[in-house]
Design a protein around this ligand. Structure first.
Ligand code: S3P
Length: 169
């Protein structure tokens, strides 16, 4: 089976839904933020602070490349990965891309005040602008878009149903 790649904005549920999907389908689960944190021995927030965002973005691209010749994985992406158009062709080759979106209001409720997310430091207005800017870019790479405003388990079930209908599973 092709890898299933979950993309979307911060707070859309990529990691929690991905973990559940992997359990449900007995597949391996990877989260690009966690892979980068393990590799660097630092949290994402520390990498941003000590090495800068550009360094982090380069590691994200390398991480996607490492999945190019693999299959049978569920991969949750950090929110910036699919927002970078230059990663799109690698993402398309690496798997079937599912966009999770819970809407801007739910997004703000889920992520504001979370110190582990460096990009929330600029406040709600900046987050909204980033959300609006990224939405069409995510759409451009997605093979399927799923609303994720409910519980992660419900979103995971919805994805399984849709993937079965599309004969991806
Ligand atoms: C980012 C999202 C974060 C993390 C980093 C940058 C972004 O991941 O990669 O803080 O640019 O949207 P999550 O989407 O898992 O929060």
């Amino acid at each position: 089976m092709k890898n299933i790649i979950l993309c979307g904005f911060m707070g859309s549920g990529k990691s929690s839904v991905g973990r559940l999907l992997a359990e449900r389908l007995s597949l391996s689960f990877f989260d690009t933020d966690s892979l980068i944190e393990e590799r660097c021995g630092m949290s994402v927030a520390e990498i941003f602070e000590k090495r800068g965002e550009e360094y982090f973005r380069a590691l994200e691209t390398e991480t996607v490349m490492s999945f190019l010749n693999t299959e049978n994985n569920i991969i949750s992406l950090g929110g910036g990965l699919a927002a970078n158009r230059s990663n799109h062709s690698a993402l398309k080759t690496a798997g079937f891309v599912v966009l999770l979106d819970c809407g801007i209001e739910e997004t703000l409720l889920r992520i504001m005040g979370d110190k582990s997310r460096p990009l929330t430091a600029g406040g709600a207005k900046a987050v909204c602008e980033r959300y609006n800017e990224r939405r069409p870019i995510y759409e451009a790479v997605a093979d399927l878009t799923v609303e994720s405003d409910g519980a992660p388990a419900d979103t995971a079930e919805k994805i399984v149903r849709l993937l079965e209908e599309l004969k991806i599973l």
